[in-house]
Design a protein around this ligand. Sequence first.
Ligand SMILES: [Zn+2]
Length: 282
Amino acid sequence: MSHTKELASDDFRQWLLRGELKKETEGMITAAQDQVLRTRYIQRMIGGNNISSICMNCNTKNKTINHIASECPALAENQYQKRHDSVAKALHWSLCKKHQLSCSDKRYEHQPEGVIQNDQAKTLWDYGIGTDRVLRAIRPDVKLIDKIKKKVSLIDVAIPWHPKVEEKEREKIDKYQDLKIETTRIWDIPVETVPIIIGTLSTILRSLKRKQGKLEAGVAPGIMQKIVGQIGSIFHKNLSLDDTSTKFGTNDVQDLLFKKRCASTGESPGRRTDRTESKWLG
Ligand SMILES: [Zn+2]
């Protein structure tokens, strides 16, 4: 991928290879990352097969991997919104833990309240800020007021198709620029916009790591876990068997997965002994 210099995907790969997903889901995501999924669109355009490749969800666009992962209008309100909220909640939970704010013990049980505060910090969840001027955006996912360091972070999450990660980050900075200026003026405190942008399949801006430092919360593990799980769920719901056949044979993809797992764990690839057929790979 041409954008890999700007992006870090190691964390994502590590989460993918932790063995917490079903083999089929892990294989589907990995095959998509490595661009070996032979979708009906690819079969028609490259293989010349006389088949329809229109997305049955929206009936308008071709059913490509990027369309299903992040660009189908019919999935936006439900499945993409659920993925976004899931990541934003994981982020909110990490911030609550870091600042000893009231929250559930377990991340997956966390339901953010509109306002939570103690003498160290205050979080506003999906909560507009009153301003003198009418602004186009006043409701980032999370606002964090650090009472000790006396600073405010406007945190907003997005999960675009991975080549658009940088573009989306710039878009978020621009979107909240007026709110940042107005909040700084009204509250007389430094305000920073912190976009948390993660590509659908693998990519994380290197600056996300720096942002985690700024937020001083271990947000990465929770976010990675949620992203991996949600992508798997979306693919399972929306890709059928003939969408997920590969350019290569089943065992070629299984070998690819096996080698990656070995590379991440440091064990010798040797010869894989669990060569099996997997239905979804067709
Ligand atoms: Zn669609």
